[in-house]
Design a protein around this ligand. Sequence first.
Ligand code: UDP
Length: 247
Amino acid sequence: MGDNLYKERYSKRGMTEVRPMTAKVGVVPSADGSAIFETGKTKAIAVVRGPRTLHPQHMQNARTGILRVNYGMMPFSVEDRIRPGPNRRSEEISKVAEWALSSVVDLSGFPNTVVDVFIQIPQADAGTRVAGINAAAMALAHAGLPMKEMVSAIGVGKIDKTLVVDLDKYEDSLFHDGEGSTDIPVVMTSRGKEIALLQLDGKISFSEFREVVEMAKKACGDILKVQTRALHEVSGDRLQVTGGDDE
Ligand code: UDP
């Protein structure tokens, strides 16, 4: 087994400490809804358009509107330039974000329509899918779409033998030759405190998994406060964010 190689974080952050977060709503005035969410050097912008009639017609659902998410990293969001356009990773992240957000957005009042959510990452330092989902949830609420509750998301994981919250890119890439680092993006609902999405890349024992999910729950509570505050800044009391500060 050997010693634990990651007893202290290189950034001096506590093991359960999230990077500094900021959030702002209404950053794209021409959109139906928009928001920006940042943690450390990771920055995500989400823009919502819709509901509008879905074309082609055969894709319409007469019982409900549908949510469509498009995630992308900008070419210069990381040091090694990324080729523009979709790839397998961006398609996967678009799909999982769509699943997580669809579980809380209620589009049954908008049959045959689509709501498009565009998530763009101008700067990436790991945790872009969770930052993107945080921004998208705020943008959907800002668009005034019915939401059963909010969602908040965080990456947690294990670096060598230590459980940590909010891995950055450097931490994400540590010890790939040893026990490796394990990356677990978690999306939580605000009221039910249920897991709307969980992905797992790496290895972790069941007891450690339970512990790290508890760490994610706590961090999501803090993220929800940041999201709620940003939404109230633009809407005053008009917008109800369930499970937030006000409940
Ligand atoms: N990344 C990169 N090039 C890529 C994809 C990702 O440099 O083509 C970096 C970027 O900083 C990203 C991190 O690797 O945030 C982790 O990527 P991952 O696929 O784990 O998703 P994320 O943590 O961003 O949701």
